[in-house]
Design a binder for this molecule. Structure first.
Ligand code: ATP
Length: 439
């Protein structure tokens, strides 16, 4: 039986709807007739894309479907998307279906995680895919996300998200949620869930604030845990239906691409390696700015106050520290240069903090002092004088230690690597440390 992959993107707008909602409807409907070959995917792409509505999500679904049914399935999804997508000038939905796999889609997905893909490129790319596989592809800008979501298959390293939806007629920006319930769930399943609570501010992070149908989303490492949580809370809240997606969230995938400074471009997500050029500047609102340089140029880096822990660590950086910074490239404006908005910092090597001291007098042991400009050193106690100014250098310990530093949960974007993944899953983001050692 042919393996068929179907993807949807760009169905929502600030007025409402959500691509994950449509993906869940399609999966529930098609799975009545066809076997699933995997859970459906919630795929997050480059979080710095300017035309995203919120979390830059696309979805893909994976079934075994007889070839004679494929066209009917595609038109069922296409019609549903056309009917239900938000009617807003900004919304440009797309649906893509492919039979079998194509490794070129995987390359496309990897690019879409951190780079900006022009629609013209996606359209040409779709033509290529049509020549190589049986594929039905339709739509506008959403094509980028839809093709990328097809290329995410098979998602080997993954996390999961349990989504509860409310009826689509309810469009209030606020959700009436029992916050204590969410705190209790997070406490109970602590090592298996992530990015659901901002403990620093004692705030839940599971609910969106727009008119969309998502009531809440709980992120976790295992499908089984999320199933248990769904059973546990479904009797305690009012909702329309729930659904669990396999996702690429929380793994830091958008920051895997290492770039030399002269190669970074606006809206990309990148990882750069360089030396801190000067002491960080701490602005009035608490934001921290510095510049780092490699052999190709120098780049402004911002550690915004919102990044919490990361912002506090950035204050401890010093001139000469060798660091890796990952985040999104913000284009220049009339008042700011092109800037890397930091999400992750890896301190590779701290520069020594040096303190210069006068030596002691060789005759009486008293501390020498300056005898005046270009006059060498003198001893105030015994009158000893010397023209040789050999100051003693003392290395002071640095508070900042080499290591990986990430932002506080409240600043997480869906793809950001989280502490719990690092601690419980041992998933460290890659490093350009080897290059660092060579420098
Ligand atoms: P939701 O989270 O509810 O799905 P969203 O934030 O995903 O909303 P969309 O309405 O899907 O926002 O808009 C994102 C748009 O950006 C889509 O048209 C998608 O095809 C496009 N896009 C995604 N990634 C890239 C990329 N790397 N380069 C260019 N375009 C992209």
């Amino acid at each position: 039986m042919p393996k068929v992959h179907i993807a949807i993107d760009d169905t929502d707008s600030p007025l409402g709807m959500c691509t994950t909602f449509l993906g869940a409807l399609v999966t529930l409907r098609l799975s009545r007739k066809y076997d699933l070959i995997d859970l459906s995917y919630l795929i997050r792409l480059n979080p710095n894309i300017p035309f995203k509505t919120r979390g830059n999500a696309a979805v893909s679904m994976h079934f075994e479907i007889p070839e004679e049914d494929v066209e009917e399935v595609f038109y069922y999804v296409k019609n549903l998307v056309e009917k239900m997508a938000s009617k807003h000038g900004k919304t440009q939905p797309a649906v893509a279906l492919i039979i079998g796999e194509n490794y070129k889609l995987q390359t496309f997905y990897k690019k879409a995680l951190s780079d900006v893909i022009p629609l013209s490129y996606a359209l040409k790319f779709a033509q290529k895919i049509r020549k190589e596989n049986k594929a039905l592809i339709s739509g506008k800008r959403g094509l980028v996300g839809a093709l990328a979501a097809l290329g995410a298959y098979p998602l080997k390293t993954c996390t999961y998200e349990l989504l509860f939806y409310r009826p689509i007629i309810i469009r209030t920006p606020s959700r009436k949620l029992d916050e204590q319930l969410i705190f209790a769930i997070d406490r109970k399943y602590r090592s298996q869930v992530f990015a659901n609570i901002d403990y620093e501010k004692s705030r839940i992070l599971v609910a969106p604030h727009g008119p969309d149908p998502v009531l809440l989303g709980i992120r976790g490492f295992s499908y089984e845990t999320l199933l248990k949580i769904a059973e546990e809370i479904s009797s305690k809240i009012s909702y329309s239906f729930w659904f669990i997606y396999k996702t690429n969230q929380g793994l830091g995938l958008h920051t895997f691409i290492y770039k030399k400074i002269n190669m970074v471009r606006p809206y990309q997500s990148v990882r750069v390696l360089g030396k801190v050029e000067q002491k960080p500047i701490i602005m009035k609102g608490g934001h921290v700015f510095l510049r780092i340089a490699d052999e190709t140029g120098s780049l402004a880096v911002a550690f915004f106050k919102d990044t919490g822990f990361l912002n506090r660590v950035a204050r401890l950086l010093s001139e000469g520290d060798l660091i890796e910074v990952a985040g999104g490239i913000q284009p220049p404006s009339s008042s700011t240069p092109i800037t890397l908005n930091a999400e992750l910092l890896r301190v590779i090597k701290t520069s020594p903090k040096l303190k210069y001291k006068y030596p002691t007098c060789p005759r009486c042991g008293h501390k020498l002092e300056s005898a005046g400009r270009n006059k060498g050193l003198k001893c105030r106690k015994c009158g000893f004088r010397t023209k040789e100014v050999a100051l003693l250098i003392e290395k002071k310990p640095r508070i900042l230690e080499p290591g990986l530093y990430i932002q506080s949960p409240r600043a997480y974007r869906h793809l950001s690597i989280t502490e719990r993944l690092i601690v419980y899953k041992g998933l460290l983001p890659p490093t350009c440390q080897k290059i660092g050692k060579e420098q």
